[in-house]
Design a protein around this ligand. Structure first.
Ligand SMILES: Nc1nc2c(c(=O)[nH]1)N[C@H]1C(S)=C(S)[C@@H](COP(=O)(O)O)O[C@H]1N2
Ligand SMILES: [Mo]
Length: 185
């Protein structure tokens, strides 16, 4: 009994040490920023002089909700098995539902502007993102999405399971997602 307690304490101590903020093992970087009409924020204004990607796409904000990969993985993970690209082979994607991500950000507007590294943007009704079971996929066939393929995150829709989405094209399957702006309409 005592031995178990000591081992538990030691394990906790070691975990606390390795969770430290060293350069080698520090917290993972932010990979998604939700801005615009959001209430549950955790960061301040966009700073154009040190945030050139936001600046490049004119993403100015006074506050926003940022998510690290770990924070996205801490939300409930859902799986969608679906053929992508349209007409292609089925793949298994996992990640949090957009409803959970937008919920965590306290998103209130009507539309979301989903933006990717390459400047590709889609305006998508928030109601669709909340109700359709669409996920912000972080893995495909068990492997993390990577910057260079579809990563770090991609919108994946359950079009093979939901008859009302059947035949949906790939336009709203945004890959390389790094920002979502919530706008009134
Ligand atoms: N980031 C990003 N996502 C994107 C696109 C894109 O150009 N950039 N194109 C969309 C469209 S129109 C299609 S058909 C599919 C496949 O596009 P791809 O051939 O560029 O991969 O990705 C969708 N998601
Ligand atoms: Mo397309």
């Amino acid at each position: 009994m005592l031995r178990t307690i000591l081992i538990t304490l030691l394990a906790g101590f070691l975990a606390a040490c390795s969770a430290g903020d060293s350069l080698a093992s520090g917290p993972d970087p932010v990979m998604l920023t939700v801005h615009g009409d959001v209430t549950d924020t955790n960061r301040g204004a966009m700073e154009a002089d040190r945030e050139p990607l936001f600046a490049r796409y004119d993403m100015a904000f006074d506050e926003a909700r940022s998510f690290t990969r770990a924070e996205l993985l801490a939300l409930e993970q859902n799986e969608i098995v679906v053929r992508y690209p349209l007409g292609g082979a089925a793949h298994t994607f996992t990640g949090p539902r957009l409803s959970a991500v937008l919920g965590a950000a306290g998103a209130n507007g009507e539309r979301a502007i989903v933006s990717a590294f390459d400047g590709y943007q889609r305006f998508i009704p928030v109601a669709d993102l909340r109700s359709r079971g669409v996920i912000l996929a972080l893995t495909r066939d068990g492997a993390p999405l990577t910057i260079g393929d579809y990563g770090p995150a991609m919108l994946v829709w359950p079009r093979d399971d939901d008859a009302t989405l059947a035949g949906q094209n790939d336009d709203d399957w945004v890959w390389g997602v790094f920002a979502i702006e919530i706008v009134p309409e």
